[in-house]
Design a protein around this ligand. Structure first.
Ligand SMILES: [Cu+2]
Length: 377
């Protein structure tokens, strides 16, 4: 994925920015630069998200006392991410001129396809948690949720992270849609969206992973598991308040960045009826500050505590699958060289990227305009 995703930024930096900075060219073409940037810029979110997914598939089921739902489904989800993560960058450029609407629409539909592996993951994660809760005596259609190991800070942090990602994913579909994007474009909605995706779904997952990984790597015991648990709940609560306040303000029209002078802004905000969402956002800062203090206290006190076990004596919580890889899949990886399916998928991803970016970039190259811009050096 990184090989394919990095190409855009590499071409932009090596072909445009470095020659410009050395004075070899008169400027850059901003539209082409933006397009190459978003080729890489969209898949950058998977740099955060996929490690969290790996934890949800490979470790969390075991930690909760259950099994991963299906190995085949897991492989399919990651294969779909590889193929569909890159050819979607125009969904960041709906407002850019000189890009044909047809291509924006095609990138939009490919973006919606990325929702498929995310929904597979939601199904798979819920199924493995249900498996864990039923093994612990959970009953009922939803009553099993109570039997999850809510006292385990690592599990709780990751389950709360998944809950936040339900709202983050729903908002993402709004952002990706050409019909709704202009409503939320450049408003407070957007940073609200980041805070429940990267700021909670992935950050809180990483916090949960650290609660077992740091003891595993150092041979030290987690300092105050109760404080660790509290930090997860405070972070989740704070981010939910923040996101509610910011999405709400965005819909009211509050800009994402300060765009006018402070006095003019005051008059503009007065007409918006945003006292309540502003209060929520302000409160959330305090809640998140408490969460951060709790988290870093746990982390630093853990690191400063004496070593009590061999490093790596805490087991890595690797999950088994309820439905392991089928006979075909296992035979395929024995008969065919293991790397071949991966190569074929990478090749498919590259072809798709060329198909949907070629006709967008070719006219930009044909109409290249040197814009001098500002020299900051
Ligand atoms: Cu994107």
């Amino acid at each position: 994925m990184w090989g394919v995703a990095a190409l855009g930024l590499v071409v932009e930096v090596v072909g445009m920015l470095i020659p410009w900075s050395l004075g070899l060219t008169r400027g850059v073409d901003p539209l082409l630069a933006r397009t190459l940037f978003w080729w890489t810029g969209h898949p950058i979110v998977y740099f955060w998200l996929l490690p969290a997914y790996i934890s949800w598939y490979a470790f969390l089921p075991r930690q909760a006392g259950g099994r991963m739902a299906s190995e085949g489904l897991t492989r399919l989800a990651f294969a779909m991410f590889l193929v569909f993560s890159v050819p979607v960058g125009l969904h960041h450029q709906y407002a850019d001129p000189n890009v044909q609407n047809n291509w924006k629409v095609i990138h939009m539909f490919l973006t919606f396809l990325v929702a498929v592996p995310s929904l597979l993951t939601a199904f798979s994660a819920a199924a493995s948690l249900e498996d864990a809760a039923r093994a612990r005596g959970g009953r009922g259609v939803v009553g099993w949720v109570r039997r999850l190991p809510w006292g385990n800070a690592s599990v709780t942090a990751q389950v709360l992270a998944m809950v936040s990602f339900i709202f983050g994913g729903a908002g993402g579909i709004v952002n990706a849609s050409m019909a709704f994007a202009p409503v939320v474009h450049n408003t407070a909605w957007i940073p609200g969206h980041f805070h429940i995706t990267v700021g909670t779904a992935t950050t809180l997952t990483f916090m949960g992973v650290m609660f077992w990984l740091v003891p595993h790597l150092t041979g030290k015991r987690l300092f105050s598991p109760r404080m660790a648990l509290a930090s997860a709940w405070w972070w989740f609560g704070g981010m939910m308040l923040f996101a509610l306040g910011m999405h709400w303000q965005g819909l009211a029209g509050v800009p994402r960045r300060a765009q006018v002078s402070a006095s003019a802004q005051q008059g503009m905000y007065d007409s918006m009826n945003i006292a309540l969402p502003k209060l929520l956002t302000a409160l959330s800062g305090g809640v998140l500050f408490v969460a951060a203090i709790l988290f870093y206290t746990v982390l630093i006190r853990t690191l400063l505590s004496p070593r009590v076990d061999d490093p790596e004596s805490t087991p890595i919580p690797t999950s088994e699958a309820i439905s392991p890889a089928g006979q075909n899949l296992r035979e395929a990886s024995l008969l065919v060289r293991r790397t071949e399916p991966l190569l074929a998928l990478t090749f498919a991803a590259l072809i798709l990227v060329i198909l949907v970016y070629g006709p967008v970039i070719a006219p930009m190259l044909a109409n290249y305009q040197f814009i001098p811009g500002q020299r900051l050096w």
